[in-house]
Write a protein that binds this ligand. Sequence first.
Ligand SMILES: NC(=O)c1ccc[n+]([C@@H]2O[C@H](COP(=O)([O-])OP(=O)(O)OC[C@H]3O[C@@H](n4cnc5c(N)ncnc54)[C@H](O)[C@@H]3O)[C@@H](O)[C@H]2O)c1
Ligand SMILES: [Zn+2]
Length: 684
Amino acid sequence: MSEKDKILKLRKEIKRYNYYYYIKNEPLISDTEFDKLLKELEVLEKKYPELKDENSPTNKVGSSIENNKFKKVEHKKPMLSLSNTYNTQDILDFHNRIVKFIESNNIEYTIEMKLDGLSITLIYENGELIQALTRGDGIIGEDVTENILQIKSIPKYLKENISVEVRGEVVLPISEFKKLNEIRINNGEEPFANPRNAASGTLRQLDKEIVKSRNLDAYFYFLVDSDKYNINSHFESLKVIEKLGLKTTKIYKKFKINEVEKYIKKFDEIRKNLDYETDGLVIKVDNINLYNILGNTTKSPRWAIAYKFPAKQATTKINNVTLQVGRTGVITPVAELEEIELSGSLIKRASLHNFEEIKRKDIKIGDTVFIEKAAEIIPQVVKVIKELRTGNEKNIEIPKTCPACGSKLIKENGLVALKCTNNNCSAKLQRKIEYFVSRDAMNIDGLGGKIIEKFIEIGKLKNIDDIYTLHNYKTELISLEKMGEKSVENLLTSIENSKNQKYEKVIYALGIPFVGKFTANILAKHSKNIDSLIRMSKEELLEIENIGEKIADSIVHFFKNPENIKLIDRLKKYGINFTISSKNNSNNIFEGKTFLATGSLKKYKRSEIRDIIENNGGKYLSTVSKNLNYLIAGEKAGSKLKKAKEMNITILSEKEFENLLNSNTNINKENDSIQKNTGQKTLF
Ligand SMILES: NC(=O)c1ccc[n+]([C@@H]2O[C@H](COP(=O)([O-])OP(=O)(O)OC[C@H]3O[C@@H](n4cnc5c(N)ncnc54)[C@H](O)[C@@H]3O)[C@@H](O)[C@H]2O)c1
Ligand SMILES: [Zn+2]
């Protein structure tokens, strides 16, 4: 193919990818590959200027929005994209170009988060929101005003009676994304691949009640025509946006170019704690008066550049498919992948969910696939790249027997999953116990897969509740590899402590199919204790918000099984807590309290500690301020710790935080007594 033909082919191909990405919210390839194709086209177009075409995707923002259900409205000022880079050298080059252009090197920049959602522009007239448009193709956007009004954090009236246009990003918070996908999976619907797709899919659909139920959020970062309001600094304009009553991320900083690396590092650290996804940082010239001088390309402003973080998607090869037996006996095919780096971690495996999915996506061993890891969810195989097939790919055989115990596999009525129904299957028991002891369930520390396997093998774990007899087997435990006396002590203490675990965690630990964390919380609140939960009829369950047919059936079915009732009775005898605690009303022990973690924590990821705090009614902050009650300080904690100490904020070690969490006493009382006892603000 001649290079000229290649140009035409690339244009067509890229337009198609744009359509699937922006309009259908169903990308066909990874961003990295997409960016590569676009770059290739750019290079070729430079080489053949005679083939210039203003409709080429290199000159266009987004995708064309023909055949669309929304009213189309022209933007007063085009909504552009951003030029982007993955390295700091390009940012220095960007700076040098500007220096040359304006003949001065006294330039200040702002750095802020690049939110990964969809852009929106809001038009306020005399303080009232009259129109909200998507970016569309940059020139013409879609009118989504009705849907935007469903977003709680977007005010219909500004705090001042002025006419302005403000631009920002609509996002789906990560916590909402997880909740939404849990519900979708439970209802047998396809989960969203990432929060961006979910946000875009939600905002660009016609039923505003659905929009309302999804809890979208929005952050703003651009005041159109700031200079008209006598604002000369981008930094200042962000403050004005806040004063008007709109949300910004509050995370932005003014800096000089020699500090760029420092701030990239700092912001990269901060973003790990946020409840929305970011795909990079945006660096903007602060002096708004320079915007007109620097101008725009057809696609992006010359006064801003995006620094992008490593991609969340990639393509890799499926080397093999293995089978995993789940705690309910469901057989899950797992893709063993050619190892690849994805958003900073090495990925070797991805779940293929079930054999219907393999069939639907037409996945074979040897295929090159597009995988994605969003919001800390396990990586998913999004699709097969069939163009790369060689003909040597092998079909994935559907197994007939359980890989662990050899029993015949069954497909239950109406369900897609294959199941091992042998009650004595060792693999099932092992998974059940692993699940029972996991952090979100009984939170038993030190009982890893290897030990469980061993104890099943020697016949000391025949059922879940046998965990509570382990203190009788100290010698056996100590004799296990790597288990010192101290760690056995710790394990036994942890087992003992788990008897006081909260009721909702216990419900979750039982492993009722389709009852995840979110559903377990709802069930705990509504039932108050296990006996009334056991007695609930399907109809009663269905009356509870967010409990659908499938979950209700599953719960009723679970408690109909006498084995499960016997298990609960035995757990009761061991003293496991099966009622909601009235003292702190389930999980509000951190109500009204604010936390922040800093330094490197041993046990928890940032997102996990944040989840724990929020699940217990607390709030997670992003900076040290007078509003902060507790700073959880890990190793190598630096400036935040220093600042917190200066401000007399209570500092907790990771362990102290856990103690605080596990002590079921009311946090306010506890804090009072501590202050009285010690006179200083350190716990314990
Ligand atoms: N996989 C695919 O098929 C496919 C297809 C098309 C595009 N893409 C991907 O989409 C990206 C290009 O999309 P794009 O043109 O929308 O650009 P972009 O999303 O990379 O950057 C521009 C956008 O960033 C947003 N933004 C977020 N925070 C901001 C802030 N603080 N200040 C200013 N803007 C901010 C704005 O909405 C702006 O429109 C590329 O990464 C590309 O790989 C992928
Ligand atoms: Zn089995």
